[in-house]
Design a protein around this ligand. Structure first.
Ligand SMILES: Nc1ncnc2c1ncn2[C@@H]1O[C@H](COP(=O)(O)OP(=O)(O)O)[C@@H](O)[C@H]1O
Ligand SMILES: O=P(O)(O)O[C@H]1O[C@H](CO)[C@@H](O[C@H]2O[C@H](CO)[C@@H](O)[C@H](O)[C@H]2O)[C@H](O)[C@H]1O
Length: 464
């Protein structure tokens, strides 16, 4: 049996504890998908907070730095620091669980001789985590809170979701899903803030938070959110690939998805203050997009030859000065963020692009940005299958914009400069994302970059 006695307080002091964990974490972190420096060496580590959640289970907020190569001629490496949330099990043995849960045996410091493992893969630890959420309260700097109007049942069987994701999610008895944020930033996470506000607005397109975890140390932040689990749901990406595989169009689904997106945008506009953009707003927006393009081109040299042509999409945006109200949006909308149950679409994951700072992700923006994200996603799906089906993507894109216009009362295609600039900006983001996390996917956004630079409409065939 694993040792489950509480650790002596002296063992939890951050400095000595790090002596035990540093070597193990340096090996383990770069293998985790949610680690920003995936595959790259960890440069430095600091423990920002240590809490023993229950005997043998440590909750850590860990600051980790990794080297980021600014590629291109003569550029240097610099270090990037992020704060990560870890749940570590510590015991004389590792409880029965997948071998990949094992992090290793500590060979020095206060944990010397003890095994360390990923507690999110341990049934006992994750069952106790749900118990904490059922009975709100405080453990050290951690606050467990919930919607007091909802009663959470006891004893729901936990399982760690085996999905490609930026965080870690636990499903409890197919009734609830707990998202544990891995990269933590100061401030309320929009994935709690936005679904909560939408629920208050009566919008049922988004699962409403029922419980959440926050911390006050080292600063105020959201650590996790529990929401109802939609059983038998398939995400839009899976549905789109199924349609492609069986040679089917996806027009009805895309049209309905456009309507669902517009419905959520209307609810967001009602739930949060609108911002009326100042003159020259588009100029500033275009300048930000240009800066991002230049930064990504320094990291991913394949982008460099296209940069001048891509900049023209941002210059065209800067030349249009028609201020429009800005509002809260989804911020990272793509086919993987929409779930279909029966004939209904739901939107999930309002965190925004995980690499952007939280204040930026919470800013009011044009809803065209979300539309552009979804349009890019139809192109991604079309590229994921051979032969490439650009006409399939184009029909989806038209149906999606048509559905959006039916619900919202305005068509995103009426703002071509904004749509093109946002699509270009999104493709640039995807280049960086794929280069960092899934290099084998890099050709997909790079193909879009080549077409955007050529001023070809996406989804159209390149001239032979
Ligand atoms: N409420 C839900 N019901 C059913 N499945 C869900 C729900 N929320 C998330 N999921 C599943 O979990 C996966 C990851 O969730 P997501 O919020 O996108 O996490 P991440 O931000 O880490 O990528 C989704 O792709 C989806 O398959
Ligand atoms: O994990 P998140 O949902 O926060 O999103 C990140 O990962 C996505 C990939 O899992 C990435 O999306 C890109 O690939 C998708 C297909 O796997 C495609 O549907 C999207 O259009 C494309 O952007 C997303 O960009 C990233 O933020």
């Amino acid at each position: 049996m694993p040792k489950t006695a509480p650790l002596r307080p002296s063992r939890l002091s951050p400095g000595p504890l790090l002596t035990s964990l540093a070597g193990l974490l340096r090996e383990w972190l770069p293998t985790q998908r949610w680690f920003a420096g995936k595959g790259r060496p960890v440069m430095d580590l600091a423990l920002l907070s240590v809490t023993e959640l229950h005997p043998g289970c440590l909750h850590l907020l860990l600051q980790a730095g990794h080297a980021e190569q600014a590629a291109g001629s003569g550029s240097d490496e610099h270090s990037v620091h992020d704060c990560y949330q870890l749940f570590l099990g510590v015991g004389e043995t590792v409880p029965a669980q997948p071998a990949r849960a094992v992090i290793g045996r500590a060979d020095e410091g206060p944990l010397a001789g003890l095994m360390v493992y990923d507690a999110l893969q341990d049934r006992r630890s994750t069952a106790l985590l749900l118990e904490r959420l059922r009975t709100p309260g405080v453990v050290g700097p951690l606050r467990f809170e919930r919607d007091l109007g909802v009663t959470l049942p006891a004893g729901l069987e936990p399982r760690l979701l085996d999905a490609e994701q930026s965080n870690s999610s636990l499903v409890y008895g197919d009734r609830y899903i707990l998202k544990v944020f891995r990269r933590v930033q100061p401030g309320i996470n929009p994935d709690l803030e936005v679904p909560w506000a939408l629920a208050r607005q009566g919008c049922d397109r988004v699962p409403a938070p029922v419980a959440w975890i926050r911390t006050s140390l080292p600063w105020g932040a959201t650590l996790g959110v529990l929401q109802p689990f939609l059983p038998d749901a398939a995400d839009g990406w899976t549905r789109a690939l199924q349609a492609l595989d069986s040679g089917r169009d996806f027009i009805d689904e895309a049209h309905e998805l456009g309507r669902a997106t517009a419905e959520v945008h209307l609810a967001l506009a009602a739930a949060f203050p609108l911002e009326f953009q100042q003159r020259h707003h588009n100029g500033r927006l275009a300048a930000g997009m240009t800066r991002r393009l230049e930064a990504v081109a320094r990291s991913v040299p394949e982008l460099l030859p296209h940069a001048p042509a891509l900049r023209s999409a941002f210059d065209a945006l800067a030349a249009v000065d028609t201020p429009r109200p800005a509002q809260r949006i989804h911020g990272d909308l793509h086919l993987g963020q929409v779930l279909r149950t029966g004939r209904r679409w739901h939107l999930i994951d309002f965190e925004g692009e995980p690499a952007r700072p939280l204040p930026e992700r919470r800013r009011a923006q044009s809803p065209v940005r979300d539309v552009a994200g979804m349009l890019r996603s139809f192109d991604y799906a079309a590229h994921a299958r051979h032969p490439w089906r650009p006409d399939w993507a184009r029909r989806c894109r038209d149906a999606y914009c048509g559905g959006y216009a039916d619900e919202a009362g305005w068509d995103p295609r009426e703002e071509p400069e904004l749509l093109r600039a946002y699509e270009t900006d999104r493709a640039v983001y995807e280049v960086l994302y794929e280069a960092r996390h899934r290099p084998e996917w890099l050709p997909v956004p790079m193909a879009a970059i080549a077409r955007l630079a050529d001023r070809q409409p996406l989804g159209a065939r390149r001239p032979q």
